[in-house]
Design a protein around this ligand. Sequence first.
Ligand code: ADP
Length: 780
Amino acid sequence: MDLTSLNQLFTFKSIFESLEDAVICHDIDFKITDINPAAERLFGFTREQIGKTVCGLMEKAVFEEYEHLVNTVRSGAKIQGFRTVRRSITGEDLHVSITISPITDAEQKLIGISQTIRDISDEHIAEEQQATLAAIIEGSEDAIVSKTLDGFITSWNNGAQEIFGYAASEVIGKHITILIPQDRIHEEDYIINKIRAGKKIEYYKTVRLAKDGTEIPISLTVSPVRNKQGHIIGVSKVARNITAQKLADEKQAALAAIVESSDDAIVSKTLAGIITTWNKGAENIFGYSENEAVGRHISILIPPDRLDEEERIISSIKRGIKIDHFQTIRISKENRKIQVSLTVSPIKNSDGIIVGASKVARDITAQREAENALKSNSQKLMILNSIGKSISEQLDVNVILQQVTDATTELTGAAFGAFFYNKINEEGESYMLYTLSGAPREAFEKFGMPRNTAVFHTTFSGEGVVRVDNIKKDERYGKMAPHFGMPDGHLPVVSYLAVPVISSTGTVIGGLFFGHPEPGIFLQDHEELVVGVASQAAIALDNSKLFEEVKTLSLKKDEFIALASHELKTPLTSMSGFLQVLQKTASDGMNKVFLDKAIRQVDKLNILINDLFDISKVQAGKLQFNFEQLDLGALIGDICETFEQTVPGHNYIYTREGDLVLHGDKMRMEQVITNLIGNAVKYAPHSRDINITAVNRDHEIIISVIDYGAGIPAAEQVHIFSQFYRVREKDRNISGLGLGLYITKEIIERHGGRIWVESEPGRGAAFKFAVPVFNTHTNI
Ligand code: ADP
């Protein structure tokens, strides 16, 4: 080796030693011939490896890869910058770039291989980072655009395409102003100036134009792009489409305005019950300001006895169940009770998880009060109505007063109630205990009658109602001897209510009194109710008084009629006797005619007096009957014959069918049939035919007396069987008192039968009655 060659060798050696890249040389059998210090630095391979095979420095798979590369070099190709991973002695994987070169001898014969390994980990990381960045940029929903400082677009991501509608190929190289509305062009200068000054612009809200001309609200972040030397060479722009956010913001603002202006309390709270928002309505209703309420527990609004409601509400909310119009009571800051209608809904976060509850509370106190007033008024009316109805049906004073006392005692919640009659009794006391409810009578009787104390006086003088929460504190109380208050043993009275019962004439009939041992029992409502009942009771009492008077009068009238008819009958009977004697002896034709007339008039008078006599007996329930086996068919035949003789001018057409024997009173039946045929004659004088039929149908004998006269209008038909009733005005000229049908009906009914009329006005009347063959009334 010459000197030059030697020098060269040393030079190589020094280069070899000082190289930054690891160099490993081996012969064609892969036996290591040299290793430089860099290989030791990077991989921990030392010169001790020299003489050993390369295979020991690598895993099997890596060696196979290497062997393959070496073979490629052997075949004359070059391997330069082959990227792979090599592991160091310490097990660290390094990204490397390998260059494999042949080592040849002077005859160009391959004698070995040099492997240069460059550590490119940093480069690799940068590449990876760049790739990541590129992926991020491409994957971003935001528009990420870069441009030169002159404003020419240099890059354009997918997001930009999405937002602005241009593909990258359409805009790269174009000026950024294609995105800027005319009236905002100046913004670009402002942005560029800032960038040139090295400043960043963040979240700049503006509007940009899409390809189709629509204006898109965006939020811009613009940063300078610097080269390695730190010089600003361009601009990167991130634009976020904030259309949705803007809409959401607007919606939120609108909602906030609604919440703030609502009269309802709108409150939100966490699931633990801590108040998180509080509107004006809540402040107005509950009295707490927003500052006072937010952060506190919702239980500040809940009455202690309703705390369990909150648990139930929250457990529903946690299950996602909304609570609608739950009516309850809440308390205000001043401890006032408020009737509220609550609507509670779950609040979900963006992941749909329930994180709290929103509460809308409507103050329904006024509505409730109105409802309650209405309810209590209608209840009052219902009570009054039902008491009124039951007492108005009564004519018995005792029953009326007992009902009224019982009902009012119950309604007022009194311990006891009493009605005192305004009546002077034997002892000369003004008031008499009449009825009592809720206490035994003895409780009062021990003390005699109430005295005319100042407390009672007001009621019995009709001055008005006395309602006292605590009678012992009333100035009118305890003024009089000997008790100066309630006598010992008296029912304890603290709450006191007294209402006069005043008749329509203005006289005080009496008073309703109520007592209770506790104070403040009787309310305005009770007073109104009792006043209402008292006025109804007064009417009922007035009516019962009238009724009693009418009853007495009517009794007197009946007594009078009985007496008068008896007194009249005696002289009439003797008159009739004398006239008949005279008639038999009279020879003069004229006198005979007068006598006949006189006898007929006396007969009529007799009938009238008999009717009057009968009626007084009917009233007294003393109409006598003699029931016997009676052939009604034959009886009617006889009566018809009598009529033919005494009242000629009519055809008395009698038809009969079947067995007409029954159990009855002959005289009374004769009276009935005579009355019916007599009426036909009287009220249908122009009816030539008078049909009388008698049939036996199903153990009933049915008799009809039919005339063809004026008949009876339907409206009158119901009345003609009552006493003193006469249909037509002109019937007043026909003798009669309107008693015949009344007595007839009584007789028929006493035979267990019934009577009725069928008539078509202008066509006549058919009076019919039916009596059972075996009547069950015969023992009466
Ligand atoms: P009176 O004693 O007046 O006849 P009644 O009780 O027998 O009384 O009859 C009551 C009224 O019924 C009569 O006043 C008359 O107006 C009417 N009336 C009874 N019978 C007939 C009849 N057949 N046709 C028309 N009206 C009759």
